[in-house]
Design a binder for this molecule. Sequence first.
Ligand SMILES: Nc1nc2c(c(=O)[nH]1)N[C@H]1C(S)=C(S)[C@@H](COP(=O)(O)O)O[C@H]1N2
Ligand SMILES: [Mo]
Length: 348
Amino acid sequence: MRQATASIVKPLPDHLFRVHGNSAEMRWESMAGLGYHTPNDRFFVRNHTSTPLIDVTTWQLRVHGPGVRRPHAFTYDELRAMPSRTYDVALECAGNGRRFYRTQQHDGAPGTQWGLGGIGVARWRGVPLKHLLKEVGVLPEAVDVLATGLDEPFEEYGHVRRPLPIAKAMDDVLVAYEMNGVPLPPDHGFPARLVVPGWVGIASIKWLGELEVATEKIFTPWNTVFYADVTTQPIKSAFELPWNARVPLPDVRILRGRSWSGRGRIVRVEVSDDGGLTWREAEHHGHHLAKAWLPWHIEWTPRRTGTRLLMARATDETGATQPLTCTKHPMGYHFDAVVRHPVHVVFG
Ligand SMILES: Nc1nc2c(c(=O)[nH]1)N[C@H]1C(S)=C(S)[C@@H](COP(=O)(O)O)O[C@H]1N2
Ligand SMILES: [Mo]
């Protein structure tokens, strides 16, 4: 079955996505057995309005403002001719996990009720933003870089736009034009988007039209009203299992999942099947990248039928561990508590 939204161009089959208004959440079971990256066909989409279809032959990326010496409008061909870099980086919506404030902590927050599927890891290729800024002669007085999207204005707030502090802009930000080896799909920002490693998804502006380099702090609704006090993403873990999965006895199961943190590498993942009384350490496999995620697995032998709550808890290199409950954020961001994932053990 196909789910419909007028906002998103790519197909949203039911087994890959759960649709929330203009956005679509990846189902975690669709990552089961897959490699490190999230394929483009199941990568989550978060749109404020709807995906624009942009003509790349007339498209330009204007880089200007008082913080640059030589403003320039880059064409697609110019951008693609510049030296490129490739990053494996996670993109995650700040609201990812918001639903669990309500379902686990009985203190819900308004906004899209994401489960854990507002995250994906892709291989992004593009031009480091610092190279682009050097090309236009960025000045030492530069303070903020305001990225503006070409999608339709959002309500009365205008085009989606958010300033990036110059220090981050000159660090590891990419102006990406490729996602997992192909040109950016329309829903993910074609022809070019920012990719801001470790930061909330809203920093990674899609359908880039403009970069304004300012010599004073910039304020837009996207750093004052929405996503005001959020920068880096906290730590989370997910099982590659359907919600309410049916598990037949007496199988020995390999439970698989992934953990991630915008603040550093994951150093430990533990799993509990008894409500957090006892924990066993999961084994890591695959890549182990700081700005993406860590895949893990653990053997599990359910011994009797019934409903079980599986829990995974990760620790990152800053020493942060997922708590059992977390402090409520008024906008529902920053959910980092352990998620209790129900499975039903049945006779095989
Ligand atoms: N121009 C523009 N950029 C945007 C958005 C948008 O609606 N318009 N949504 C932001 C948000 S809130 C997130 S979480 C990410 C989602 O990226 P994706 O749809 O490629 O997964 O894009 C960000 N960039
Ligand atoms: Mo987001």
